[in-house]
Design a protein around this ligand. Structure first.
Ligand SMILES: *Cc1c(COP(=O)(O)O)cnc(C)c1O
Length: 396
């Protein structure tokens, strides 16, 4: 039975390889950190993790995870509404709401699930979703699972958003949905203008804070802090898998009735397992740390500025950033791959992106700065960029 489809799959895999789109996985043999070791034994400086605050290997979180396991066990073996809710889960949901200044929070196994399960319970065929063209795959999938009318506006283009909002006036309810920070350019959504248009055209606002929470705003509260619009956003989704420790877990936080209805109807919540006590307890400790100090945000912001300045002075073409993502533009796809490979030889781990991940002719190297980086690490990275940049004639 498998014979025919096996051949078909082999052919598809071959096509992926021949198109140069086959994703290889590099194997790391140490914890996630500023400096990591890969399987070959090579030690490299890591500039491609979402470990923005350097918490992925933080001793406090490891300790809290162990304490969670010691006091509440290894696994939950249940969804939340049957017997998968511990005091820890409720405590973490409250911490997240306090952090964002929202009314309530619902946890998911991942933000992919939070986004997958947010639209269908709230909206019907009578309603409209107005979505940024560069939104994350999980938002696109969530929208697909819902019968609401779909409108797509060009990335961060407020004229286009306004046009789509006008078209959507026939529908009953409207929600504008956007990523807080776009992961390929590092730009933030213009939330102040989005909120203004939402008011004018009677729409709700939803923002996915995966790359912005913990990172942007003076204290890391995300784009609602950056634009001083706390209380104006109805739905925030986010992940515990990036700045907030990098383990696993997602959440939706916002208006009380929205969260309450999601607990009743959101399918990834109702039909998928509860987060393990170790992860939840570490999450609680992490949000406590966030409320005690914003030293990590200060360091991250300083690091990003320092890196941007040095790279600009060296003559590199950088996209303006509002986050910890720095896009070094090379435009040419093969050049971006060669550049990244040569940087790895120099001990710098970054990824080159090209079409279809970014638009044609917009190939780049994405550098992700972290609070785990020391000034010496940033200097080493810039020096390697300059060396390879000269060798490959990107720099004069
Ligand atoms: C990473 C990411 C997600 C998925 O988060 P997980 O918790 O890893 O599932 C969703 N949305 C955006 C914008 C992301 O960057």
């Amino acid at each position: 039975m498998y014979g025919k489809i096996k051949e078909h799959l082999q052919k598809e895999l071959k096509e992926i390889r021949e198109a140069g789109l086959y994703k290889e996985e590099r194997i790391i043999v140490t914890p996630q950190d500023a400096k990591i070791k890969v399987e070959s034994g090579q030690e490299v400086l890591n500039f491609c993790a979402n470990n923005y605050l350097g918490l992925s290997n933080h001793p406090e979180l490891i300790k809290a995870a162990k304490e969670g396991m010691d006091s509440r066990g290894f696994g939950m073996s249940s969804v939340r509404f049957i017997c998968g809710t511990q005091d820890l889960h409720k405590a973490l949901e409250k911490k997240i709401a306090d952090f964002f200044g929202t009314e309530d929070t619902i946890l998911y196994a991942a933000c992919f699930d939070a986004n997958g399960g947010v639209f269908e319970p709230l909206l019907t065929g009578e309603d409209a979703i107005i979505s940024d063209s560069l939104n994350h795959a999980s938002i696109i999938d969530g929208v697909r699972l819902c019968k609401a009318a779909r409108y797509r506006y060009n990335n961060a283009d407020m004229e286009d958003l306004e046009a789509k909002l006008r078209e959507a006036q026939a529908q009953r309810f409207r929600v504008i949905v956007t990523d807080g920070v776009f992961s390929m350019d590092g730009n933030a959504a213009p939330m102040d203008k989005i909120v203004e248009l939402a008011r004018k055209y009677d729409a709700m606002v939803m923002v996915d804070e995966c790359h912005s929470a913990g990172v942007v705003g003076e204290t890391g509260r995300g784009v609602t802090e950056l634009y001083n619009i706390r209380g104006d956003v109805d739905i925030i989704t986010g992940t515990l898998g990036k700045a907030f420790g990098g383990a696993i877990g997602g959440f939706t936080t916002g208006r009380r009735e929205i969260i309450e209805l999601l607990r009743q109807r959101s399918r990834p919540y109702l039909f998928s397992n509860s987060l393990p006590p170790s992860v939840v307890n570490a999450g609680i400790r992490m949000f406590d740390m966030m409320s005690e100090t914003h030293d990590l945000q200060d360091k991250l912001h300083r690091n990003t500025e320092y890196f941007m300045d040095k790279m600009k002075n060296a003559g590199f073409d950088l996209k303006p950033t509002q986050s910890a993502i720095v896009a070094v533009m090379l435009y040419d796809a093969p050049l971006s791959q060669e550049f990244a490979a040569r940087l790895l030889d120099e001990g710098i781990y970054v990824i080159g992106f090209y079409y279809p991940v970014v638009p044609k002719g917009q190939a780049r190297i994405r550098v992700q700065v972290s609070a785990a980086h020391e000034t010496g690490h940033l200097d080493q990275c810039v020096e390697a960029f300059i060396k390879v940049g000269k060798e490959l004639k990107v720099l004069k």
